[in-house]
Design a protein around this ligand. Structure first.
Ligand code: FAD
Ligand code: SF4
Length: 521
């Protein structure tokens, strides 16, 4: 790929292709005329250094962008591609500064872009175009099955937003897993079949996910050179960065892992970073593969190969249900969602979130794999890193910044509602019916982590008290009235109320000590 191409003709449409919009059906590229239009792609060192980021996340974005740029050029389309490390652009490190300079140079008739996934970027693109006096045309992002306007219509006037009802509408609307007018198999949701732990003997042989690396080496070297101090490792980098690799990752998942996906969706085990999960979030979020393709492949596997409906439905629920729902929530609730702090938590994130060096075996394993791979599956994110941060009263902004930095698939529209809404209940339960909290005994049931831990999951107090268990009871104690009034947490509170007053006071004291020593756990 050549550096910034010179383009000395008048430009009709300057088409900005963002780093998570890497597909040729991008509506801003429809009707692209190489004789008059110019594609612009921007690597922005400001984004890479200001937003602290796992090295693998940087490599994923940069490598996928550079591969896409090669294809733009292979089509003979004019492209201006601004690289991170071009000295001529050192004085314009931010995306919008670089864009402003390109607008001033080319004076296009208009700037075209597919609507960004991030609220802040949407605002700053509009401001940059307005400052330059260039009309901005923003196209609806057709890489989703539910447009922002469609979600807003669904959400309007509803007192409670529940993913399940949204998901049913999506199933009907897109004809997915339907049988006549009703759900295939007679029920919408096989969630109850999706919660098994691994057998006591462990997860057995799980086929490794497809791995990709070769074409990314140049970008890896660049990231190591420019950002040596950033967290995470590239030693096991294996993420798809092209549409073909994304398709291969999907094919391998459907053939080898989908049959067991549903059953063991929530299970955890030492040194088992991927379980039976798909690892498709990166490819989906960068628009390397369309969710429709992913859903159709899973549905076909049920109809043509007889894969269990519980697994296939469980998987489709994540993609057609949760993913589309979460995006809708983000756009409805920004910018306030970033400030939400229902419980007014203000503690600092423990330093071991960045190193994995904690005595808590479950968090050591999950954060260790996160640093090694930039990946943890949903239950690890929700019930380990997320719930610990909630129970330990960590400031939601710090938690969200950590999640945005550390996962390869992290983009704000999906990260923030999951962190602030689902894991921390910072938005006061706008779309979840209860805070997701559980004691260490949940971790013990769903994994083998507790067997090698210095703490004891059943003990809320004492020398070997499990910090998660202590803080779980403390959380119930602090918010007793609020949680007692919620039918989904009332039973937890009843259990708390069975404790005698001395035991409750002992929990409070243990929690005080635990909270004052978060870095030492
Ligand atoms: C605190 C927290 C933070 C998260 N941050 C991110 C993030 O930054 N980026 C991201 O893509 N996902 C995020 N998720 C959602 C989910 O954990 C990941 O999408 C998933 O773990 C990715 O792994 P996978 O592709 O193997 O997923 P699978 O378990 O195989 O699921 C299939 C697909 O469903 C979608 N999906 C599943 N759950 C969710 C969900 N809750 N919200 C949206 N989409 C979902 C993803 O696209 C995923 O690839 C977060 C969840 C939590 C609880
Ligand atoms: S005892 Fe507690 S801290 Fe240790 S692994 Fe189990 S749940 Fe985690």
């Amino acid at each position: 790929m050549s550096p910034a191409a010179s383009f000395d003709r008048p430009v009709r449409h300057l088409v900005l292709v963002l780093g998570d919009q890497l597909w040729f059906d991008n509506p801003a590229l429809a009707g692209f005329d190489p004789a008059q239009d110019l594609v612009l792609m921007i690597e922005a060192p400001g984004e890479a250094s200001l937003v602290w980021s796992h090295k693998a996340r940087l490599v994923v974005f940069l490598s996928a962008m550079r591969h896409f740029a090669q294809r733009v050029q292979a089509r003979g389309w004019p492209l201006q591609y601004l690289r991170l490390d071009e000295p001529a652009w050192d004085d314009a490190p931010d995306l919008t500064q670089r864009l402003a300079r390109c607008l001033a140079t080319h004076r296009p008739q208009s700037l075209w872009v597919c609507e960004p996934g991030e609220w802040r970027l949407q605002q700053s693109l509009a401001a940059t175009a307005a400052d330059a006096g260039v009309p901005l045309r923003s196209f609806e992002d057709t890489h989703f099955l539910c447009s922002r306007a469609r979600f807003a219509r669904w959400a309007k006037g509803r007192r409670e937003w529940r993913m399940e009802y949204f998901y049913r509408e999506m199933r009907r609307e897109h004809g997915v897993l339907m049988d006549g007018g009703g759900p295939l198999g007679g029920q919408w949701n096989f969630d109850a079949d999706n919660r098994s732990a691994y057998p006591r003997s462990g997860p057995g042989d799980i086929p490794p996910p497809a791995g990709f690396d070769a074409l990314t080496r140049e970008v890896m070297a660049l990231v190591e050179r420019l950002y040596p101090q950033h967290p995470g490792s590239l030693a096991r980098f294996a993420w798809p960065v092209t549409p073909e690799q994304a398709q291969e990752a999907l094919d391998r998942f459907v053939a080898e892992r989908l049959p067991n996906f549903g059953r063991y969706q929530d299970a955890m085990w030492n040194d088992t970073p991927f379980g039976w999960h798909s690892l498709l979030s990166v490819a989906l979020n960068l628009h390397l593969i369309h969710p429709r393709t992913v859903i159709a492949a899973a549905e076909r596997a049920h109809h043509e190969q007889g894969l269990p409906l519980a697994s296939v439905e469980g998987f489709i629920r994540q993609v057609l249900g949760w993913r589309e729902f979460i995006r809708g929530v983000y756009w409805e609730d920004m910018p306030g969602l970033r400030e939400a702090n229902h419980f007014n938590h203000t503690r600092a994130l423990p330093a071991w979130y960045w190193t994995g060096q904690t005595h808590m075996a479950c968090l050591r394993d999950a954060i260790g794999q996160t640093l090694a791979l930039g990946y943890a599956h949903h239950i690890q994110r929700l019930m380990l890193m997320g719930q610990f941060a909630l129970l330990a009263e960590i400031d939601p902004r710090q938690v969200a910044d950590w999640f945005l930095a550390i996962y390869v698939d992290a983009v704000e529209w999906v990260e923030l509602p999951n962190v602030a809404g689902m894991a921390l209940y910072a938005n006061g339960g706008r779309f979840t019916s209860k805070p997701y909290v559980a004691s260490g005994q949940y971790v013990s049931r769903m994994s083998n982590h507790c067997q090698g831990c210095r703490y004891r999951p059943a003990q809320p107090t004492g020398t070997h008290a499990c910090p998660i268990t202590t803080l779980y009871w403390n959380f119930l104690d602090r918010f007793e009235a609020q949680l007692a009034g919620n039918p989904r947490t009332a039973l937890m509170v009843k259990n708390l109320q069975r404790m005698d007053p001395q035991a409750r006071e002992a929990v409070r004291e243990q929690a005080r000590q635990t909270l004052s020593n978060l870095d030492g756990l």
